[in-house]
Design a protein around this ligand. Structure first.
Ligand SMILES: NC(=O)c1ccc[n+]([C@@H]2O[C@H](COP(=O)([O-])OP(=O)(O)OC[C@H]3O[C@@H](n4cnc5c(N)ncnc54)[C@H](OP(=O)(O)O)[C@@H]3O)[C@@H](O)[C@H]2O)c1
Length: 434
């Protein structure tokens, strides 16, 4: 077989030597000889850009490899592959664009950049027949992007559903096991390093929003604008919801979900969800992630593993580096480019039909239940199950499990119910999936 790569080794430049950068460099060094045999070429880590060259690193690297100026890497004509592991949209996007314009192959784990501004970068890569790979950007160590673009490519994907944020899964798992409230578990998760000091991106669902936008774009061959993805985090989930869900046979998970609709549109959404305890995703606990795909030919496929961390994400990044180097060797870079060749509209969340869980506190008086049930009935919402428990003195918790209804019907019914003097509060409304 002919080697189209005319140099004696592939030169790799790395931007960022934090959690993922360290895992990537450590893995490349540890398994170098096997990796080089798999590629069929030697490689060299030529340069690494960081913010602070004097900082202590989790991996040992020769001091002379470090630079605080990423343009020394992206503008270096001898570097073949740039691995972007800085994170965020800027300046990462500018460096990646510069690297593409200098003819370099790109590997990144940057979900925010890919979800928000990936299309411009992918167009540039396609124009120049370059690789732009981003396996590490979704679900850390779980291979999901390459399988969707390759092994599953023959399928029309009907659904992609994932637990794709380890921090919130860890928090919900602890809340479920201990019947604890979110704040207590979050504080401990921060102390253990499972949650950031500023947990907004995880707890409010934005991290999962970027990831499901990427997965749905590939699954439905249509670029999903991240702003079209409905997002609701886990802040409203209380120990009471976990207990009532359990009593009804469900567990609560933060799901990212994409679904193909018969009218050509798609659903793409992130929100806490009640799923039956027997659902394949219900057993995904702690910091683990899982992605469940339904293809028209393959049926159900499930991917499970560690969704973050130095080793797992390094594994995904190195897998991409190997793929890119093989393509360099055979002169086949840019072979699998952006697959978003269609435009599908995202269904507004108010139109999305699911089942629903609603918890409210009411005054413990006669005919209260009938009044509330009447308001649901007026909006064509059928009740499937109900739990009523006196909580303190004159007040009662009522939990309703509803048959399928569009989000708007529930929203409108709850607006009416909130006006009733016997209703103390509507405490929570969570969607339910089978
Ligand atoms: N952490 C995970 O488990 C995980 C999982 C999947 C995907 N990702 C993604 O991987 C990427 C990296 O995440 P991370 O957790 O490794 O981040 P991190 O630990 O904060 O590391 C970021 C690295 O980038 C360097 N850096 C930041 N700004 C720079 C600049 N302007 N110029 C040069 N270097 C710069 C930092 O340098 P200093 O070290 O000198 O500050 C640091 O080494 C992100 O896109 C993230 O979303 C992370």
């Amino acid at each position: 077989m002919s080697n189209k790569f005319k140099k004696d080794k592939v030169r790799i430049g790395v931007l960022g030597l934090g959690v993922v950068g360290s895992g990537t460099v450590a893995l490349l060094n540890r398994n170098r000889s096997e990796i080089e045999q798999k590629i069929g070429l030697p490689f060299e880590i030529a340069r690494i850009a960081v913010r602070d060259v004097n900082k202590k690193r989790a991996v040992e690297v020769p001091r002379n490899l470090l630079t605080s100026d990423p343009s020394e890497i992206v503008g270096d004509p001898t570097i073949d592959v740039v691995c972007e592991l800085i994170g965020g949209v800027e300046p990462a996007r500018t460096y990646v664009m510069h690297a593409l314009q200098s003819g370099k192959q790109i590997v990144t784990a940057n979900k925010e950049m890919i979800a928000k501004v990936g299309s411009g970068l992918m167009e540039e890569a396609a124009r120049r027949s370059l690789d732009l790979q981003f396996e590490g950007s979704v679900a850390g160590g779980i291979p999901i992007i390459q399988p969707m673009k390759n092994a599953l490519a023959g399928n029309s994907v009907q659904e992609v559903t994932g637990i794709i944020n380890g921090t919130t899964n860890y928090i919900l798992t602890r809340m479920t096991r201990e019947r604890a409230d979110l704040d207590a578990v979050l504080t401990e998760a921060q102390q253990l390093g499972y949650a950031e000091a500023d947990p907004t991106s995880d707890v409010d669902g934005y991290d999962a929003q970027y990831k499901i936008a990427i997965l749905a774009s590939i699954a439905f061959t249509s670029r999903v604008n991240v702003n079209d993805v409905y997002v609701e985090g886990i802040r409203t989930i209380g120990a009471a919801d976990i207990s009532y869900a359990d009593e009804l046979g469900y567990t609560i998970k933060l799901l990212g979900k994409g679904k193909r609709l018969p009218d050509g549109r798609i659903q793409v959404r992130v929100h806490p969800t009640l799923i039956p305890k027997a659902h394949p995703l219900a057993a995904t606990n702690d910091v683990y992630n899982a992605v469940h795909i339904v293809g028209d030919s393959v049926g159900d496929v499930m991917f499970y593993g560690r969704g973050a961390g130095s080793g797992p994400t390094g594994s995904a990044v190195v897998g991409d580096i190997i793929d890119v180097c093989r393509n360099l060797k055979f002169g086949s870079t840019g072979r699998v480019s952006c697959t978003c060749f269609q435009h599908r509209e995202v269904q507004p969340i108010d139109e999305v039909v699911t089942r629903h869980y609603i918890r409210m506190v009411v005054q413990d008086r006669p005919r209260v239940l009938a009044a509330i049930a009447g308001a649901f009935g007026d909006h064509n919402i059928n009740i499937e199950a109900m739990i009523q428990k006196t909580i303190h003195g004159q007040q009662t918790d009522i939990v309703w499990l509803m048959h399928e209804a569009p989000g708007k019907a529930i929203r409108d019914a709850l607006a009416v119910i909130r006006q009733q003097p016997v209703v103390v509060e509507v405490s929570n409304w969570i969607r339910v999936e089978e």
